[in-house]
Each structure stands twice: as structure tokens, then as C-alpha cells.
Design a binder for this molecule. Structure first.
Ligand SMILES: *[C@@H]1O[C@H](CO)[C@@H](O)[C@H](O)[C@H]1NC(C)=O
Ligand SMILES: *[C@@H]1O[C@H](CO)[C@@H](O)[C@H](O)[C@H]1NC(C)=O
Length: 320
């Protein structure tokens, strides 16, 4: 083990000499700086290896617990402006934080606090059979869009909210993207800018985005306590996984897959496959507001399983 770690560090040092001197930049989604090593790269990221409330997870429909006290999720309708950028690891949309600009609040659902929407992250695969971070019964979607907000009741900004050992720092509303013929209109506003952010560090302005309209037409979701899915894997995020996908076209997926991890001079590999693998649940509770018994009209434990089979079937995937 010692030798292996020595080897890894040596490789990393070689790697860092050739590229960048910034710690933050040199983690990846594969190889010797990939997800299994994130916790070893930087002492501040130790939760990536040691944490037991990590994300993403594979959702096992048979262990979902119906919670009648879960409320509807509220996301403000307002359109906002911001910046979409290629970070070399992901595509991130960041809301403008100018004090005069209106802020989008995320409340309700399982949340006790008010959260301020701040970022959208997009994870996607090279092929349609993988790409989402969360999966359902082992089924992954071509992509996953995550709306991240920070607890504005307790913390002044995102940076403060994610610092180690802060409680209830973030919310992540996760929407699966399924391949279809017609895209969600707001998603198109984001993907229309992809040509301008082909390489790491490039940014483009977005004028009027409705975060609310990126949500699928469903009130149903699954929620659990987990971590950020990028280093340092901070265990401070309440995840809310919407129970229906929105749609992305072949052309949009193609545009995403053309993006590069590197800059114009050294383009490196495509950005695709930027998802962290599923992490163990470790006895956490997966709650849902889907009342299986009412939906099925009878109370039978096996219905839990049957219903979620449906959730994982083509019926669910086409959103009907
Ligand atoms: C979000 O919450 C803040 C603080 O309570 C409030 O000032 C703001 O108007 C809310 N945003 C919207 C769009 O309602
Ligand atoms: C976040 O808030 C802290 C504490 O108020 C402040 O020191 C820091 O500069 C803020 N960071 C950003 C990015 O605004």
C-alpha cells in the first residue's frame, strides 16, 4: 500500500509539473487522480475516502420510506442571469450574485431552512447508457442536472456553507436527463452556449434562465442526506431526486460530448464521463413523498417493489 501511494504521488507530481500548480485543478474522473484517490490528494478532501454519508448513490426502490410529512418543493419562478462555464471537470452555470439582483429561493420539500439557488452542474456520459451520478436500481441516465443552493438562513454565501463540518449547508435538486426528440426549453438556453465554452476556462453569459422550468412536471421526489459529488465530498447536502426526467436531444448530447477537459493549447480528453460512481448507503434513510399504498389502492408490502419497477421502466422514462 505504501509503495502504491508513493507511486501515485510521484505520478501526480510529474503530472502537476507539466500542467498546473493549482491543487484544485488536478483531480480527475479516471486513473490515478480519479474518484478512488480524491481523499488522498488533499487532506481537506479526506471525506471522499472516509465519509459514510457520501453521494451519489444508487437508489434501491425496495428500501424507500414513505414520509407523509414531506411537503412540495418550492422554487421561485423568476428568470435570472448568470454565467455558464467549462471548469475542465464539469459544466457549471452560476447565478449572478450582484446584491441588486433578485435571488431564487428553494424551500419546502424536506427542507427546514431557506436555500438560495446558486449553481447548476451537469454530469454526462460519452454514451447514453451512463452519465448520471444518481441511478435507480442500477439504471443510469445519459446525464444529470443538479441545482445547488446554499442555506441562506445560516450562511452568508456558498463558500461558507460548504466548509468542513457546517451543518445543513446545501441543497441539491437533481433532475435526470433522458434522451428524447424535444428538449426542455430552458435546457436549450444552456446548451445553446456550449459552442462558446468548448475549452476549460471559457465562459458565456446567459440572460434569462428560469430554474423552475428546468424541473420536470412532477411533485414526487426521493430525498436523503449526502455529500457534494466533487472533492472535498463535504457531507452537508440534502439531495432531492425528482421522480421524472426532463428531455435532452441527440444534438445537445453531441454538443456536450464535444467539450474538452483542457484549454485551447492542450485540449486533453473530452469532458464526458464526469460522474462520480455510486457510494455505499451505510444505513441512511431514503425518504419519498410517493404514497405507494394510496396509488395502488391497497396496502401490500410488495407494492413498494412493484411500483418502483414501474419507475424504472420505459413508461417512467418517457415521462408518461
Ligand atoms: C428570496 O428570499 C429573500 C429573503 O427572504 C427575499 O428577499 C427574496 O425576495 C426572495 N426571492 C424571491 C424571488 O421571492
Ligand atoms: C463569504 O462570506 C465570508 C464571511 O462573511 C467572507 O469572508 C467571504 O469573503 C465570502 N466569500 C465570497 C466568495 O463572497
Amino acid at each position: 500500500m505504501k509503495m502504491k501511494l508513493g507511486f501515485v504521488l510521484c505520478q501526480l507530481l510529474l503530472f502537476i509539473e507539466g500542467t498546473s500548480s493549482n491543487w484544485e485543478d488536478w483531480w480527475t474522473y479516471d486513473g490515478i487522480s480519479g474518484p478512488s484517490f480524491w481523499g488522498l490528494l488533499n487532506p481537506e478532501w479526506s471525506l471522499c475516502n472516509k465519509g459514510r454519508h457520501q453521494s451519489p448513490i444508487d437508489i434501491d426502490p425496495t428500501v424507500l420510506l414513505f414520509d407523509p410529512y414531506l411537503r412540495l418543493i418550492q422554487v421561485d419562478k423568476l428568470r435570472i442571469s448568470g454565467t455558464i462555464k467549462n471548469t475542465g471537470h464539469s459544466i457549471i452555470f452560476e447565478a449572478d450574485t450582484t446584491p441588486s439582483v433578485a435571488k431564487i429561493n428553494i424551500t419546502g420539500g424536506p427542507l427546514s431552512y431557506k436555500y438560495r439557488f446558486q449553481e447548476i452542474h451537469i454530469h454526462y456520459g460519452k454514451v447514453n447508457s451512463r452519465g448520471s451520478e444518481h441511478s435507480i436500481s442500477g439504471y443510469a441516465f445519459p446525464a444529470e442536472l443538479q441545482m445547488i443552493g446554499y442555506n441562506s438562513d445560516l450562511y452568508p454565501n456558498m463558500t461558507e456553507a460548504v466548509r468542513l463540518h457546517k451543518n445543513q449547508g446545501l441543497v441539491g435538486v437533481s433532475v435526470m436527463l433522458q434522451s428524447g426528440d424535444l428538449s426542455n426549453a430552458e435546457l436549450r438556453i444552456l446548451t445553446n452556449q456550449l459552442d462558446k465554452i468548448r475549452y476549460r476556462g471559457q465562459k458565456a453569459h446567459i440572460g434569462h434562465l428560469s430554474v423552475r422550468e428546468l424541473l420536470p412536471e412532477t411533485d414526487f421526489y426521493i430525498t436523503y442526506e449526502g455529500s457534494t459529488t466533487l472533492p472535498g465530498c463535504y457531507e452537508t447536502i440534502t439531495w432531492i431526486i425528482m421522480n421524472k426526467p426532463i428531455y435532452i436531444t441527440k444534438q445537445q448530447l453531441y454538443a456536450l460530448r464535444k467539450l474538452k477537459q483542457g484549454d485551447e493549447k492542450k485540449t486533453k480528453a473530452p469532458l464526458a464521463d464526469n460522474y462520480r460512481p455510486a457510494q455505499p448507503l451505510n444505513h441512511r434513510v431514503l425518504r419519498t413523498n410517493i404514497d405507494f399504498r394510496r396509488k395502488q389502492g391497497k396496502s401490500c408490502p410488495t407494492m413498494y417493489q412493484d411500483h418502483f419497477y414501474e419507475a424504472n421502466s420505459p413508461l417512467w422514462n418517457t415521462g408518461s
